[in-house]
Design a protein around this ligand. Structure first.
Ligand code: GLU
Length: 293
């Protein structure tokens, strides 16, 4: 289902308050603003704060301050993911009801040890587009009885999508319409490359993938405009949209701002932080110019 031609375009900027915004965020927000204006649409702001261990109120306040400084305005209300956990839970319950998720008990350390042991034997371990090892099949293969026992024992666990089962529900390949700075056109999604993605963890009640597709649907987003670093994640988003019967926005993955080392900017590297640049005396106009606006 594509956004209907009569629907007024809706864009969103969706930062996570787990650090200060940098030039890369400014570029994303400015492109969203420019496209919303060109298309006669609205711009929404979403605070992606499901990971309570990393998100902090001062980072959220800085987001509002930095965006206002750049003269970026958004339509209220701001959607904060932490206020909608039951919606993500309901989606997870639906997938569980469809038999497409399973409880995953291996810790990060255990997975790491399994991967290292395999690689030491010269057996290459498959990795996702971000370079992380795919989750081993051990938990997926457990019987229902075994799963029940482990869950009843109170052991910490996550919920993962059974990728193979999920793909088996599809009657045709998934696609999306892309008009960003990378590959464009009608693109075929390849969610299998991500393996059994995590949908909720004991310390974060929903994953990025699950909450982003729910939010884009609830907020009636028609145009997802974000960095090329999230290009491959779109494959997982298309799969979840299909499984949950959600509408499919159009996608535009834009170029990234790279640091002097040729890598994408990180929130932990303060030198390109918007508040730092502001304190150094740069104006919002300087930032816009530097980003090519
Ligand atoms: N919260 C994500 C980030 O800060 C962006 C999510 C998205 O645009 O889909 O990188």
């Amino acid at each position: 289902m594509l956004p209907s031609a009569r629907q007024k375009p809706v864009f969103r900027f969706a930062p996570s308050p787990n650090g200060f915004l940098h030039l890369g965020h400014a570029l994303s927000a400015l492109i969203n603003q420019a496209m919303a204006s060109d298309y006669g649409g609205r711009l929404l702001l979403r605070i992606e704060d499901i990971d309570a261990s990393r998100c902090r109120p001062e980072f959220e306040e800085a987001i509002y301050r930095d965006l206002s400084w750049l003269s970026i305005s958004w339509q209220e209300p701001v959607r904060r993911q932490s206020a909608h956990l039951e919606e993500y839970q309901a989606a997870l319950d639906r997938l569980r009801g469809m038999g497409l998720v399973y409880p995953a008990f291996l810790t990060r350390g255990e997975v790491k040890a399994m991967v290292s042991a395999a690689e030491a034997r010269g057996v290459p371990w498959p990795r996702d587009p971000d370079g992380a090892p795919l989750y081993p099949p051990d938990d997926r293969k457990r019987s229902a009885d075994e799963q029940r026992q482990l869950l009843a024992s109170g052991i910490r666990h996550a919920w993962r999508l059974d990728m193979e089962k999920a793909l088996a529900t599809l009657s045709e390949p998934l696609t999306w319409q892309e008009d960003g700075d990378g590959e464009t056109g009608r693109l075929v999604a390849d969610p299998a490359q991500w393996g059994d993605v995590v949908l909720s963890r004991s310390d974060a009640p929903s994953s990025y993938h699950l909450s982003v597709v729910i939010d884009d649907a609830v907020q009636e987003v028609t145009h997802v405009v974000r960095g090329l670093d999230l290009f491959h994640a779109t494959s997982v988003h298309r799969l979840l949209q299909q499984l949950l019967g959600l509408p499919v926005p159009l996608y535009h993955h834009h170029r990234l701002v790279l640091g002097p080392d040729g890598r994408k900017l990180s929130k932990s590297d303060g030198s390109t932080g918007l508040s730092v640049l502001r304190e150094q005396g740069l104006s919002a106009a300087d930032i816009r110019r530097r980003l090519g606006f």
